[in-house]
Write a protein that binds this ligand. Structure first.
Ligand SMILES: Nc1ncnc2c1ncn2[C@@H]1O[C@H](COP(=O)(O)OP(=O)(O)OP(=O)(O)O)[C@@H](O)[C@H]1O
Ligand SMILES: [Mg+2]
Length: 344
């Protein structure tokens, strides 16, 4: 388990102080995939670098398995870093070394014997699907293959924790998918805890169990991915999710001038219920579907639907109450700025 407790980090550049992290507390459980999402400059990289102490907190504690790692000596810290692998957006491979050498060199530096190194290189290149490219140089590989080498290199130390700083940000959608599948596989097969940061909601959707949203150095929302997707509370989270409901501003504005525009979210088996048909049957309303879709998250399905109800206020109120009683999350939309704003 990783526990960050009241982490504060400030940088001073030319007598000017920047607060990169402001009282961040988080717990990451063993074996889970935990994602942090946030805009550029929100403090994501600074946060992830606290875990292996590439960056030291100005105040607060970083605990791994109950041990405050900020208090470790040099030798213990180096040992700790072997238990924590890390991958980056730009791979950080040695250009002048082959694929297998890129994996083997750090193991030599760790002081492992030849036989063990050979076994690990074979094993982890096999896991990432690059055994046939072992004699190639990084420049002969695609971006996705380079990231696979970086993953093999991180795994070869047989760490308990893998940190990922935007590992898929430089990759096209298809390659991103294959790298995310690989991360899921190593999480499942090797039981590795994965802590990742990203600015792409897709990464959170596909592989994370839990998510925290960071904004201006503060954690503004945190929870199971399914819950956060079904009911995002903070404006920043809503912004990240809004693109999921691809309805132009103009349409929303126009429709909000008459009747009621409501956003519905459904979890799991609710996504299969025909609740809209019931609105017609029970309340004589004719809901007009404006947009929507179903997202497949790691932990299950979340459906989102934007509908327009053109009935009188009483009818609409009854309909909303009925939907809520059926377990559907309902939010009224007044204009695009509050697409996911709470029902007043
Ligand atoms: N070494 C440093 N010296 C001074 N300021 C820094 C340093 N590292 C980060 N910062 C500042 O801390 C804040 C958070 O930076 P950080 O790199 O953690 O953001 P990020 O969320 O990873 O952004 P991006 O998505 O662009 O990578 C920014 O204002 C940044 O300028
Ligand atoms: Mg960053």
């Amino acid at each position: 388990m990783i526990a960050l407790k009241h982490i504060k980090k400030t940088f001073t550049v030319n007598k000017h102080t920047v607060t990169a992290l402001d009282d961040v507390s988080l717990t990451i459980h063993k074996g889970e995939i935990f994602g942090i999402i946030g805009r550029s400059g929100a403090g994501k990289s600074t946060l992830i670098r606290m875990i292996n102490l590439l960056e030291r907190p100005t105040s607060g504690q970083v605990e791994i398995e109950g041990q405050d790692v900020t208090k470790l000596g040099k030798k213990e810290l180096s040992k700790l870093r072997h238990r924590i692998g890390m991958i980056f957006q730009h791979y950080n491979l040695l250009k002048t070394a082959t694929v297998e050498e890129n994996v083997a060199i750090p193991l030599r530096l760790e002081g492992l014997d030849k036989g063990t190194i050979q076994k690990r290189v074979d094993k982890y290149l096999e896991i990432v699907g690059l055994s046939e490219h072992r004699k190639h140089y990084p420049e002969q590989l695609s971006g996705g293959q380079k990231q696979r080498v970086a993953i093999a290199r991180a795994l070869a130390h047989e760490p308990d924790i893998l940190l990922s700083d935007e590992a898929t940000s430089a990759l096209d959608p298809e390659t991103t998918e294959s790298i995310l599948d690989l991360l899921l596989e190593i999480n499942r097969e090797l039981g590795l805890t994965i802590f990742l940061i990203t600015h792409e909601m897709e990464v959170i959707e596909r592989i994370c169990d839990r998510v925290a949203v960071i904004d201006g150095g503060k954690i503004v929302e945190e929870g199971d991915v399914l819950d956060v997707f079904a009911d995002p509370l903070h404006a920043t989270t809503q912004k990240f999710l809004k693109t999921n409901l691809d309805v132009p501003d103009e349409v929303v504005k126009e429709l909000s001038t008459h009747g009621t525009l409501v956003h519905l979210s459904f979890i799991g088996s609710q996504t299969e219920q025909a609740v809209l048909a019931q609105l017609t049957k029970k309340f004589g309303l004719l809901p007009n579907i404006i947009g929507g879709g179903i997202k497949k998250l790691k932990r299950g399905l979340v459906g989102n639907l934007l509908i327009h109800l053109d009935g009188d206020v009483d009818q609409t109120d009854q309909a909303v109450r009925y939907l809520e009683a059926s377990g559907v999350k309902v939010k009224e939309v007044t204009n695009h700025a509050t697409v996911l704003g709470r029902l007043g």
